[in-house]
Design a protein around this ligand. Structure first.
Ligand code: AP5
Length: 235
């Protein structure tokens, strides 16, 4: 819910803006969502981050999902739908939200539609950030994350200033258990099996747009903003 950096000069909070970022593991959804928070003044709702937070807190939910996540499999629809339901009822999401990593199955997409409809709200856009499988593997295997502030780095593509330490708070960077090579393959397989079909669901509603996630983070961000601003003008 916080912003990491950047100018607030374009901050817009005057309308309910509900965006979905889809894409394979490591497409850059989280990286871009954090920048979109600054731009549009709406929070990121990452089911992956929520589940990791539950694990870090040692809660019953965290214990329930740990093995599934570490194996690169999808946790149950009921669990993630309940997490999103709770967030959408919070005042923090009244001006909108950026869904990151949700929905990932048709059942999750249908549940989100029902929930939003019951609130008199609807999605603006579902944007697929597409990245080829080979690049997905490279990005995930090289990713390192700060356990303290959640900031993400990449060993080659976005290294910290000092090897192994977070630029923000100096904490020792960690590798996510599901970023090991074999787990990345399992996550990619789950993506191709379930999540990519969710785009068909939203295609039928005329909500989808696709951009390439290959290029610099600035390039990808510029493409996203152009797309979202066009959507806003049409809404
Ligand atoms: P989740 O955390 O959602 O993982 P994911 O979808 O696999 O996505 P990632 O967070 O790995 O990648 P990202 O696209 O955000 O990329 P990032 O910006 O970090 O889910 C984890 C697990 O939780 C799942 O496997 C499942 O078990 C469970 N789960 C979560 N949601 C669920 C749901 N709805 N239903 C069921 N189960 C669920 O970038 C990756 C790397 O690339 C970074 O190192 C970054 O620095 C680098 N990078 C970013 N952009 C660029 C660029 N343009 N060029 C070069 N490098 C870049």
């Amino acid at each position: 819910m916080t912003s990491d950096s950047g100018s607030l000069e374009h901050l817009e909070t005057d309308r309910d803006r509900l965006l979905v970022l889809m894409g394979p593991p490591g497409a850059g959804k989280g990286t871009q969502a954090k920048r979109l928070i600054d731009r549009y003044g709406i929070p990121q709702l990452s089911t992956g981050d929520m589940l990791r937070a539950a694990r870090a807190a040692g809660s019953e939910l965290g214990r329930q999902v740990a093995a599934i996540m570490d194996a690169g499999q999808l946790v149950s629809d009921e669990i993630v739908i309940a997490l999103i339901d709770q967030q959408l009822r919070s005042p923090a999401t009244r001006a909108g939200a950026i869904f990151d990593g949700f929905p990932r199955t048709d059942a999750q997409a249908e549940a989100l539609d029902k929930l939003l409809m019951s609130m008199g709200r609807k999605l603006d856009r579902v944007i697929l950030v597409d990245v080829p499988d080979a690049e997905v593997v490279r990005r995930n295997v090289g990713r390192r994350t700060c356990p303290k502030c959640g900031r993400t780095y990449h060993l080659e593509l976005a290294p910290p200033k000092q090897a192994g330490a977070c630029d923000v708070d100096g904490a020792t960077l960690e590798q996510r258990p599901d970023d090991m090579l074999d787990k990345v393959s399992a996550r990619l397989e789950a993506y191709h099996r379930s999540t990519s079909q969710v785009m068909d669901y939203y295609d039928r509603q005329g909500l989808t747009a696709r951009i390439s996630g290959v290029g610099t983070q600035d390039d990808v961000f510029a493409k996203l903003v152009a797309l979202i601003d066009r959507t806003g003008a049409a809404a």
